[in-house]
Design a protein around this ligand. Structure first.
Ligand code: PLP
Length: 393
């Protein structure tokens, strides 16, 4: 099919809930993609931080196809090996206790919210279900995770939202204490606010928040849906903040492109969910779990994670070095990068121009966001940077 044919079908039969760019992608390898007309693109998006090993990684394909041939799905009523192994790999590498698997980031956060509220209910009874989140955060698109998201623009249309969320300013402990109360059971944060604009939290704020949580017996919940699985240069971003959270959600990059996610619990809340209190049909699907095992084994090595940091530094240094009129400073960790947009053009306009010229990028807040596959090569980065320089000069 041609691009125009695909677009016509999509416009007629798909709900118009996305502002799509006018490209129909067909196939890819590594961080290089081709559209249906054979045009080449360099991928600085990894499908919004999902295809962590790039497109068509050979080991990933082998792991996925081998499991698909054996057993594609069986539900949570039975045990499977990849499921148990993925859980073990996650916990043993993070000093967390156990895992509940789901299929997406929002669902992972729903599970984390339910975990916190039931933990508090079991210990203190009713009336202590409020969770403090941060302004500018993003936690998902279900009714409850929209309520958890600290941005007004997400609190429209879908009333009534789930109650029990209060918002504090990032990097401001006074603001956090100002919304505290006897009804609070947890604080939930992203360590780098992703959709909100690639805004890293200060180490000091995070550590003081962890201390406050310990003092008031609140759970510290970390949303690592975007920052997790090697994206920031450690397996999870919290490992760079010298904290041990009570629960950590993950999704996006965990299975290299298949829908997978979940929540890890620390010792305090390892026994909160009991049979019948939470569940999902697809969660922990063996094919996605086999993919997750392969991704975790590949990413969690010192040379791989060091390379992620090195590539991130290289991109930042080259982008700032171009001194383009419309781009300013870079920020972020590992390969989760934000680039300041300045001048008259919006980030969306710049992204459209870059995509038109063969470089896929993302936006976040008012700026550009780059989440390339963690396996991106120097050659692919240079190609992408050349497109950026030519397009935006
Ligand atoms: C993307 C994202 C989510 C939502 O994940 P979905 O898979 O789209 O449901 C939640 N939290 C953070 C931090 C995210 O980046």
């Amino acid at each position: 099919m041609t691009f125009e044919e695909i677009k016509a079908l999509d416009e007629q039969y798909v709900m118009h809930s996305y502002g799509r760019f006018p490209v129909a992608l067909d196939h890819g390898t590594g961080a290089t993609l081709w559209d249906v007309d054979g045009r080449e693109y360099i991928d600085f998006t990894a499908g919004i931080g999902v295809t962590s090993l790039g497109h068509g990684d050979e080991g990933w394909l082998k792991a996925v196809t081998a499991q698909a041939v054996k057993l594609g799905h069986i539900s949570n009523l039975f045990y499977t090996e990849p499921y148990a192994k993925a859980a073990q790999k996650l916990c043993s590498r993070t000093r967390m206790s156990n895992v509940m698997f789901g299929n997406s980031g929002a669902e992972a956060n729903e599970a984390m919210i339910k975990l916190a509220r039931k933990w508090s209910y079991d210990k203190y009874g009713k009336g202590r279900g409020t969770i403090i989140t941060l302004h500018n955060s993003f936690h998902g698109r279900t009714i409850t995770t929209l309520a958890a998201t600290g941005q007004d623009k997400f609190h429209d249309y879908f009333f009534p939202f789930t109650e029990g969320f209060r918002y504090a300013d990032a990097n401001d402990l006074d603001s956090l204490e100002a919304v505290a109360g006897h009804d609070v059971c947890a604080v939930m944060v992203e360590l780098i606010q992703g959709e909100g604009g690639v805004l890293p939290l200060d180490k000091e704020f995070v550590q003081k928040t962890a201390a406050l949580c310990a003092k008031r017996d609140w759970l510290l919940l970390i949303d690592e849906v975007q920052t997790g699985v090697g994206r920031t240069g450690t397996l999870f971003a919290f490992q760079q903040y010298q904290i041990q959270p009570d629960a950590v959600s993950f999704a996006k990059g965990i299975a290299g492109g298949l829908p997978f996610g979940g929540v890890m619990a620390g010792e305090k809340c390892r026994d909160v969910f009991t049979p019948g209190t939470h569940g999902t049909t697809f969660g922990g699907n063996p094919v996605a779990a086999a993919a997750a095992c392969y991704v975790l084994d590949t990413i969690d090595t010192k040379p791989f994670l060091e390379a992620v940091c090195e590539k991130g530094r290289y991109l930042c240094q080259r982008i700032e070095g171009m001194e383009l009129p419309c781009l300013g400073k870079t920020r972020g960790l590992g390969l989760m990068l934000g680039v300041k947009v300045k001048g008259d053009r919006t980030n969306r306009e710049l992204a459209a121009r870059l995509i038109e010229n063969g470089l896929l990028v993302l936006t976040a807040g008012p700026d550009l966001r780059l989440l390339p596959p963690l396996t991106i090569t120097r050659e692919e980065m240079d190609k992408g940077l050349a497109i950026m320089k030519e397009t935006l000069s």
